[in-house]
Design a protein around this ligand. Structure first.
Ligand code: FES
Length: 102
């Protein structure tokens, strides 16, 4: 079981746990503000944009080619941006804090 804390743009923190799926699905299931998941997780809407810490980015890995192209269109991009639907829970450390970018 992985423990994920989402920090919203309003600086509200909410922690959820999961053992499968991805960071977008977990956020939707827990009503995390700012994660919409409009495209259903097929990497074509960027409404699931999050920022990882540099350490977690190293562990989880960077975006794929299509994900990177989507991120280029986003406003609030950081070098540690990911689209939550492209981050499987299985790739996470036991505990992680992510920042919602929207
Ligand atoms: S849910 Fe659309 S890009 Fe992630």
């Amino acid at each position: 079981m992985k423990k994920v804390t989402y920090i919203t743009q309003k600086e509200e923190a909410k922690t959820a746990t999961a053992s499968s799926g991805n960071l977008m699905e977990l956020a939707i299931a827990n009503n995390i503000e700012g994660i919409e998941g409009d495209c259903g997780g097929v990497c074509s809407c960027a409404t699931c944009h999050i920022h990882l810490t540099p350490e977690d980015f190293e562990t989880v890995g960077g975006p794929g080619e299509i994900e990177e192209e989507m991120l280029e269109l986003e406003d609030n991009v950081s070098p540690y941006s990911r689209l939550a639907c492209q981050v499987p829970i299985s790739s996470l450390p036991d505990q992680i804090t992510v920042k919602v970018a929207n």
